[in-house]
Design a protein around this ligand. Structure first.
Ligand code: 1WB
Ligand code: MN
Length: 340
């Protein structure tokens, strides 16, 4: 059975964003993203050997060859973390628009090989909504990318609700990718390389997701769909306890009443991807917990190599029909990618 392989958490950047991040890296600041940003965009701190920046900036050359070599049909591209979320509002809006235009250009040249998630600037919710509408209606992009918090604030803050309303009205998913944790979560993270993908990223997005569910915002936006990577950032592993303890918090008035339980919101409003986690047992748990329709394959290119991500999925014991869903069928549905 020929299976379409669509990888859904594949990172890119553009020279202008890379340049702006280099400026950020040289300005004084305390953001927990700075070690990584300095490393990738200003070759400090030993990230140089990883050659991430070259991989991010190349889309139509080595990336396509890498996809061809491993039978990857399509990458769903997203502007890499921290996206535009470390910039002032004007710079962020301008660079999100530019990145989306470039992305649309790439897709128009390779419509069967690339699809893309639109960036937007949460720093200005009003302008973010306008860019979200343009990205779907005019550029025909496939959804949205958000790199977790903005200035240490999460989406449960009512100032961001217009963004959620727009995503719901446009019927497009918001992919919440990690970035370095909010200021309040920074303390123990800088040591031993724990401040990014090894640990803090999952804690950051997990915290974001639990706040969203516990705030009750999914009663206001019942059709909002959120995608999280890195095998669900472990939220579904904890969901029984999250649900139990949240209902207790609701009983004693520490959390708002919600019409559904936390587990029900996670099931209704979320999908997860395998990005960067090639563990068959974790995948098996995820599929059994969330259902075969709610787990999507991803590589996490260029941060993770393609070959083992493909070998991992090829080796997983699933019926051909189920494997086809995880490998690409679910992505077609969730991200409105035209079936071939
Ligand atoms: C790394 C991984 C760096 C991810 C990233 O920068 C992201 C890394 C934004 O391996 O160092 C990721 O998404 O897993
Ligand atoms: Mn990632």
């Amino acid at each position: 059975m020929k299976m379409r392989k669509i990888a859904v958490e594949e990172a890119f950047s553009i020279a202008e964003v890379a340049e702006a991040l280099k400026h950020v890296s040289r300005a004084p600041g305390e953001s927990s993203d700075l070690p990584l940003v300095r490393g990738i965009y200003d070759s400090q701190g030993g990230y140089g050997t990883m050659k991430f920046l070259e991989g991010l900036l190349d889309i139509e050359d080595r990336r396509l060859k890498d996809m061809d070599a491993h039978g990857v049909d399509m990458q769903l591209l997203s502007l890499t973390a921290p996206g535009v979320q470390m910039f002032d509002a004007d710079t962020a809006c301008e660079l999100a628009t530019l990145a989306n235009d470039r992305l649309a250009g790439v897709i128009s040249r390779h419509p069967t090989r690339f699809a893309g998630l639109a960036a937007f600037a949460p720093q200005s919710p009003k302008r973010a909504v306008r860019e979200m509408e343009r990205a779907i209606r005019d550029l025909k992009l496939n959804g949205f990318i958000l790199n977790s918090h903005t200035n240490s604030e999460y989406l449960d803050d009512p100032k961001y609700w217009p963004i959620l309303e727009a995503a719901e009205a446009l019927d497009r998913c918001i992919y919440i990718h990690p970035r370095g944790p909010v200021d309040g979560l920074k303390g123990p993270m800088p040591h031993y390389g724990m401040d990014s993908a090894m640990w803090a990223y999952g804690v950051e997005v997990g915290t974001h997701v639990v706040r969203m569910m516990a705030s009750g915002l999914f009663d206001r936006f019942p059709k909002l769909r959120i995608c999280i990577g890195h095998m669900g950032e472990a939220v579904h592993f904890w969901i029984w306890r999250i649900t139990f303890m949240n209902s207790r918090s609701q009983q004693i008035g520490r959390a708002p009443k919600t019409s559904l339980t936390m587990a029900e919101y996670f099931q209704r409003n979320f999908v997860i991807t395998t990005s960067g986690v090639e563990d068959p047992l974790a995948l098996d748990y995820s599929i059994r917990k969330l259902g075969i329709d709610n787990v999507l394959w991803a590589i996490d290119y260029p941060y993770q190599p393609t070959a083992p991500a493909v070998a991992f999925m090829d080796a997983v014991e699933l019926s051909p029909a189920d494997k086809a869903k995880v490998y690409g069928g679910n992505a077609e549905r969730v991200f409105h990618i035209k079936p071939v």
